[in-house]
Write a protein that binds this ligand. Structure first.
Ligand code: ZN
Ligand code: ZN
Length: 366
């Protein structure tokens, strides 16, 4: 692990405000919204967030300064890092709100549109090799007529008269002054004199559009893709995100275990005993590929052959898992007279007593 001060690019004397500034700078640079599908940026974002989480806590920082990472062991979340970015947003949501959403004037919090979720079905091959899918989404988008302002073209929205554009009103309650969201403009600080007729002043309109969803190779059932900014639009704020939940159909030829696939190949007991070549299914050619592999003489039921790097591609990374071929040795259920003769001859050669249909302890079977 890198030194936490080095991660944030500050010296050891940095005060709380220096740390915050340094973290904001990195978080903004590597923010997932600005770096979609960029694993390296996401890792930087996580690393900076973990460093900031520790150094912004006086107690944890003091222990880290004295004992390094050892000092953080066993403390609440210390040094644990973040496994996914949603944890970061829930830990530092307020900070992000202030920083990315906030405006320089007056500390008003910017609203964000609602997130949307939709389900997407994929075949096994589409999940393994990736695909692009068109989906229809009905959501609020910015009104083109008023450019999402809600004000009729040519007219302007004005500062709200009630709060003088601050979005907050202050009123006395007993001895105290209490600040609340302006009831007139609902916190936006703006009022519209002449609302846009197309969106009735909302600034957004529902619209059904076709979006292209790029599914990376190697995804698995139940995983979710996040399309930043493709959720509901909102006047005066950023759009929400669209979450696409993936449902992957199974394939009886390939049983998935993370990045590995297990393929069961039936093989006759004669072939298992003698060895030879055998044809198997592979993931190539959209999971319709075949290959010929060597079957060792004396192959036992359940024996496996591992084809390294022939499994499922890793999402967002180079490399693939393995394909594990498991041999299922099959015994014939019926024999012709000739086959039975040959088998009995073989049994004799092997010294097997198969002359009578005897069970254990010599008792005759019915
Ligand atoms: Zn409009
Ligand atoms: Zn107002």
């Amino acid at each position: 692990m890198r030194d936490l001060y080095e991660v944030l690019g500050v010296d050891r004397q940095a005060n709380a405000s220096d740390l915050k500034k340094a973290y904001y700078k990195l978080a903004k640079q590597f923010h997932p919204d600005h770096n979609p599908n960029d694993k390296a940026a996401e890792d930087k974002f996580k690393e900076a967030s973990a460093a900031y989480q520790i150094l912004s806590d006086d107690d944890q920082r003091a222990r880290y300064d004295r004992f390094g990472f050892d000092g953080l062991r066993g403390s609440n979340g210390g040094g644990a890092g973040f496994s996914n970015v949603d944890d970061i947003f829930s830990a530092f949501g307020d900070l992000f709100g202030d920083f990315f959403g906030g405006r320089a004037s007056g500390g008003r919090r910017q609203a964000r549109g609602a997130d949307l979720r939709l389900d997407l079905s994929l075949t096994f091959a589409e999940a393994v090799w990736g695909t692009t899918k068109e989906v229809n989404v009905t959501r609020d988008v910015g009104c083109a007529t008023c450019k999402a302002t809600g004000a009729a073209p040519g007219s302007k929205s004005e500062s709200c008269g009630t709060c003088k554009g601050k979005g907050q009103v202050v009123h006395a309650q007993g001895f105290f002054m209490v600040q609340t969201t302006c009831p007139h403009c609902r916190g936006s600080g703006q009022q519209i004199k002449d609302p846009c007729t197309d969106c009735r002043g909302r600034g957004t309109r529902p619209e059904t559009s076709t979006l292209s969803v790029s599914v990376p190779s190697g995804v698995d059932d139940g995983q979710t893709l996040r399309l930043a900014g493709k959720g509901e639009a909102i006047a005066g704020g950023a759009a929400g995100h669209l979450y696409v939940v993936l449902h992957v159909q199974g394939d009886e030829r390939f049983k998935r275990d993370n990045e590995d696939v297990l393929t069961e190949i039936p093989v006759s007991f004669i072939k298992a005993a003698l060895g030879g070549e055998i044809e198997i299914y592979t993931l190539e050619d959209s999971c319709n590929g075949t290959a010929t592999v060597k079957l060792e003489p004396g192959t036992q039921p359940g024996d496996v052959l591992v084809r390294r790097g022939q499994g499922i591609p890793r999402v967002g990374e180079a490399g693939r898992g393995d394909q594990v071929i498991q041999f299922k040795v099959e015994i014939p259920k019926k024999l012709t007279t000739r086959q039975e003769e040959l088998m009995r001859a073989l049994a004799e050669e092997l010294g097997e007593n198969v002359k009578e249909k005897r069970g254990l302890f010599g008792r005759k079977k019915s």
